[in-house]
Ligand binder design. Structure first.
Ligand code: DLL
Length: 448
C-alpha cells in the first residue's frame, strides 16, 4: 500500500492496492463470484423490489453459483430507481445510511442514492486507486473543482483524495478567476473538474496572461461528461499537464467506477466491486470482448444501494487483456455515446423529457419545442426554443416577458443549470413526419 514516504517517479506505475489491482484474473473471478452470491442473497431478503424481480425470473438466490450465472439475473434501470423514489431500493436500514446524493431522473424526480459508512470507505478506496494510477501522491495538492452537494463529483473525489493523503482544496465549481488565483497561490499540482471546464480554464488563463511557470499544475482528473482524444490533446497542450479520464455514475457509487492509468489506453474498472457487462441495448443479449454495446454494472460489495445489472445507457466496449501498467482489471473504452437521449450540459445530466414535463405544466405553450446545445469558449450552452400560442403573440410585450420569465425560471430550477430561452411564433419550429427532432447537439463529441 502506498505510504507518505513512498518514493515514486512518474515513469513507474503506482498502485493503491496492488493485491487487488493486479490480481490474477482467475482469483478475481472467484472473489466476484463469492461476493455476487452474497449480494443476491442479501437483496433478495432486504429489498422487496428485487425479491419480486428474482421470483419473476423464476430463479432462487441459491441458483446463482458465480458470475457465470450473472446473465440469468434481471436488469435494473433508472426508471426502477424512479419508481422506488426515494429510498425503497435501499438494502440497509436508514439508521445505517450516512449520506445521500442525487442526480437527474428522466422527468422531474431525481435518482436518490444512499451510502453506509462502509460504502463511503469503499468510495474513497476507489478514488484513492484512481489518483494513484494517475500518479497523484501525498505530496500533491488537488483542487477539487467538481460541484459539491448532491452531485457526487465534489465530495466523492474529496474524501478519496484525503484518504490518499493528498492535500485537498475543496473549491467546488465555478468562479474561474478565483480558481486561477488559488491555483497560483496555493501551488495546486492536480485538478479535478469536467474536461470542458478544464479547457475553459485554459482559455481564461491565456486571456489573463497567466504564465505556465506561475503554476505547479501537472495532472488533471477529468470526467462526468464525454470527451474525445482531440479534447485531451487540447487540454494537455494548453495546460501542459497529463489529462486522465475518470468515469462513474451516482447509481453505482459516483466518480471512481473506472479510470485511466498513465498509459491512457482504456479505463480500468474497479471490478472487484463493480462487475461490468456489455449488452446489446435492443435485444439485451450479452456481447463479447471488444464488441461495442451498453455498459451494465452489478455492484457486489455495496450495502446501501446494491444494484443488479444496472443499465448505465453508456456505450463502450471492454478488454480483459492485462495493461502495460501491470493492472489486470478490465478496461473500458472512453465512453462517447449513450443509448438514450440524456444530454450532459456542463457536467449536469439533462433529459429532454424533464424539459417537456415543465413546459407541459406551463400554460400558454404549445408542445412544440427544440433544444439546441452548443459549446462556445468551451462552455456548454443550452438554448430552448419554445412556440407560444397565437394569443400571446398579439399580446403586449409585458405579458410575453412575464411568460418568458416563468418558463425560464421553471426549467432552470428543474434542471439545475442556466439556459437561454427563446420564445418563437407558432409553427416556426420544424415539424417532423415521424419522431420529432427535439435535440440539436452541435458539440459533435464523436471518436477522434
Ligand atoms: O457524473 C459522476 C462523476 C463525477 C464521474 C465526476 C466522473 C467525475 P452522474 O451525474 O450520475 O455521475 O452522471 C453519470 O455521466 O452515466 C455518463 O453518461 C457520464 N459520465 C461520467 N463520467 C464520464 C466520462 C457522475 N469520464 C453519467 N466519460 C454517466 C463519459 C461520463 N461520460
Amino acid at each position: 500500500m502506498f505510504t507518505k514516504e513512498a518514493d515514486v517517479t512518474m515513469s513507474k506505475a503506482i498502485y493503491w492496492d496492488e493485491s487487488r489491482e493486479c490480481m490474477p484474473r482467475s482469483d478475481l473471478r472467484k472473489l466476484q463470484s463469492e461476493n455476487l452470491r452474497k449480494m443476491v442473497e442479501r437483496i433478495y431478503h432486504n429489498v422487496p423490489f428485487y425479491r419480486r424481480k428474482i421470483d419473476q425470473a423464476g430463479i432462487k438466490p441459491q441458483d446463482i453459483k458465480g458470475i457465470e450465472d450473472l446473465h440469468r439475473l434481471p436488469f435494473t434501470t433508472k426508471q426502477d430507481l424512479r419508481d422506488n423514489y426515494p429510498y425503497s431500493l435501499f438494502a440497509a436500514p436508514m439508521k445505517d445510511i450516512v449520506r445521500v446524493h442525487a442526480s437527474s431522473g428522466t422527468t422531474g424526480k431525481s435518482t436518490v442514492v444512499g451510502y453506509t459508512k462502509n460504502d463511503l470507505d469503499l468510495w474513497s478506496e476507489v478514488i484513492a486507486r484512481t489518483l494513484s494510477s494517475a500518479g497523484i501522491i501525498s505530496s500533491d495538492i488537488i483542487q477539487v473543482a467538481y460541484g459539491y452537494g448532491l452531485f457526487t463529483g465534489g465530495l466523492g473525489v474529496h474524501y478519496g483524495a484525503e484518504k490518499a493523503g493528498v492535500t485537498v482544496i475543496p473549491i467546488s465549481g465555478g468562479n474561474t478567476t478565483r480558481q486561477i488565483q488559488i491555483m497560483k497561490d496555493f501551488g495546486t499540482t492536480a485538478i479535478a473538474c469536467t474536461p470542458s471546464y478544464a479547457l475553459y480554464l485554459a482559455e481564461e488563463m491565456q486571456d489573463q496572461k497567466v504564465r505556465r511557470e506561475d503554476l505547479s499544475l501537472r495532472v488533471g482528473i477529468f470526467g462526468a461528461e464525454p470527451w474525445t482524444e482531440n479534447m485531451r490533446r487540447e487540454i494537455e497542450q494548453s495546460l501542459s499537464i497529463l489529462a486522465i479520464d475518470i468515469y462513474g455514475l451516482s447509481e453505482i457509487i459516483g466518480p471512481g467506477v473506472a479510470s485511466e492509468c498513465m498509459c491512457k489506453c482504456g479505463l480500468h474498472i474497479n471490478e472487484d466491486h463493480f462487475i461490468p457487462e456489455i449488452i446489446n441495448p435492443e435485444t439485451l443479449e450479452p456481447l463479447g470482448e471488444g464488441q461495442e454495446g451498453e455498459l451494465v454494472f452489478t455492484t457486489v460489495t455495496k450495502e446501501g444501494l446494491p444494484l443488479l445489472r444496472y443499465r448505465t445507457r453508456d456505450l463502450t466496449s471492454l478488454t480483459h487483456e492485462k495493461c502495460e501498467c501491470g493492472r489486470t482489471l478490465t478496461r473500458m473504452q472512453k465512453c462517447l455515446g449513450r443509448s438514450d437521449d440524456m444530454l450532459i450540459i456542463r457536467g449536469v445530466n439533462v433529459f429532454p423529457s424533464q424539459i417537456e414535463a415543465v413546459l407541459l405544466e406551463t400554460a400558454g405553450i404549445k408542445p412544440h419545442y427544440q433544444i439546441v446545445v452548443d459549446r462556445q469558449h468551451n462552455l456548454d450552452n443550452l438554448t430552448l426554443l419554445v412556440e407560444v400560442e397565437e394569443s400571446f403573440v398579439s399580446d403586449e410585450i409585458k405579458k410575453l416577458e412575464a411568460l418568458k420569465y416563468r418558463i425560464k425560471h421553471a426549467v432552470e430550477s428543474n434542471l439545475g443549470i442556466s439556459i437561454t430561452l427563446n420564445l418563437v411564433e407558432p409553427k416556426t419550429i420544424q415539424r417532423s413526419e415521424g419522431k420529432a427532432k427535439r435535440v440539436i447537439d452541435n458539440r459533435k463529441i464523436t471518436k477522434a
